[in-house]
Ligand binder design. Structure first.
Ligand SMILES: NC(=O)C1=CN([C@@H]2O[C@H](COP(=O)(O)OP(=O)(O)OC[C@H]3O[C@@H](n4cnc5c(N)ncnc54)[C@H](OP(=O)(O)O)[C@@H]3O)[C@@H](O)[C@H]2O)C=CC1
Ligand SMILES: Cc1cn([C@H]2C[C@H](O)[C@@H](COP(=O)(O)OP(=O)(O)O[C@H]3O[C@@H](C)C(=O)[C@@H](O)[C@H]3O)O2)c(=O)[nH]c1=O
Length: 298
């Protein structure tokens, strides 16, 4: 089976490249230079000519603060272009898997993990445009799986773990918000799960929205403290960067982020029979890989 992956050079795209190493399916990884998903003709032609049997859309506008200033561009990539891919899927009678986000949820609905059928209320432009992408896919009439995930990090690209590893080395003190609660997700765990679902045909007959993050719950503050604990186990009090909890209003940014976006993964686990790693266990793996890469490069 030939599978088109868009956004193949992003962090999830890179993790998918690792995950498919032993697959018997043929995964074709593309990014904006190969198929610009905002170009409807390129999408239509690209899908038709290459005889793909499944589309996995990982392409997105993921700069949450910039989306506030450039919502039109974010809307084009996250919503309109997702619709183009869904139309191509529908026209060619093939299914589509698209990745969405916990930021479709706001935070004013209490603190019970969010299920797929709960009302959404994005607090910012990024979440809004991703939600519009979900709606475009569902309206297209194609067979689809939308996987909402959260707080992705990996060895690749820009992400919170890599930022914190840098900052705790460079700074004496750091303020990190403790009033935004969610779950970090190692992109490699998600990529492995997606490939399992595809290679074992588990997507067939299972259209719908699914939630996937690692197991557990934390704030960005807890996340940064754990990154420090894992990456600098021997640092003593004096040499350690002092990470302090702060409120969101003390860390001003363009976007308002959800205060509570923990995802309930029951549907995903029950449908696909997959267990999900605890976030701290996956964080250890990722940091070990990053540190090994750094040693090799030094
Ligand atoms: N990162 C996170 O924390 C989370 C991400 N998600 C979702 O997961 C998915 C994957 O995210 P992630 O891998 O982190 O994202 P990245 O930003 O790392 O990767 C997105 C990729 O899409 C590419 N892209 C952008 N515009 C286009 C275009 N017009 N045509 C083709 N490709 C394009 C980007 O290229 P370029 O770099 O050149 O712009 C980049 O390579 C996205 O749908 C995202 O919304 C969900 C929850 C959390
Ligand atoms: C660097 C830094 C960030 N923060 C805060 C800002 C923000 O509230 C939180 C996370 O910051 P980031 O900008 O890394 O995260 P952000 O870009 O908001 O991450 C989101 O990305 C999109 C793509 C998603 O889909 C979401 O699931 C989520 O992962 O931490 C601090 O409090 N102190 C700091 O020193």
């Amino acid at each position: 089976m030939r599978i088109l992956v868009t956004g193949g050079e992003g962090q999830l795209g890179n993790c998918l490249q690792m995950a498919v190493a032993k697959s018997s399916n043929e995964y074709i990884f593309t990014d904006v230079d190969d198929i610009d998903i905002t170009d409807p003709e390129a999408v239509e032609l690209g899908v038709k000519v290459n005889d793909f049997q499944l589309i996995v859309n990982c392409a997105a506008f993921t700069d949450v603060d910039r989306a506030e200033r450039q919502e039109d561009i974010a809307e084009m990539i996250n919503a309109t272009a997702a619709g183009y891919l869904a139309k191509a899927a529908k026209d060619n009678g093939i299914p589509m898997i698209c990745i969405s986000t916990d930021y479709v949820f706001g935070g004013n609905l209490g603190n019970t993990p969010r299920r797929e059928d709960e009302p959404v209320n994005p607090t910012g432009a990024y979440g809004r445009t991703k939600l519009h992408g979900e709606e475009a896919i569902m309206a297209s009439g194609c067979s689809y799986m939308i996987i909402r995930t959260a707080w992705l990090y990996s060895e690749y690209g820009r992400n919170f773990v890599k930022t914190m590893l840098r900052l705790i080395n460079d700074r004496k003190e750091l303020n990190v918000v403790f009033d935004q609660i969610g779950t970090p997700t190692y992109a490699q765990d998600l990529a492995d799960a997606i490939v399992d679902i595809i290679d074992n045909g588990k997507y067939i007959g299972n259209d719908g929205i699914y939630h996937y993050s690692n197991e557990g719950v934390c704030s960005w503050y807890d996340f940064s403290k754990m990154i420090q604990e894992i990456s600098q186990p021997d640092a003593d009090g004096k040499s350690k960067c002092d990470i302090r909890p702060c409120h969101s209003k003390e860390f001003p940014s363009d976007a308002v982020r959800p205060s509570f976006s923990v995802l309930d993964k029951t549907k995903f686990k029950d449908t696909f029979g997959l267990s999900i790693p605890f976030w701290v266990d996956s964080l250890r793996k990722c940091i070990e890989n990053i540190q090994n890469q750094n040693h090799e490069e030094a």
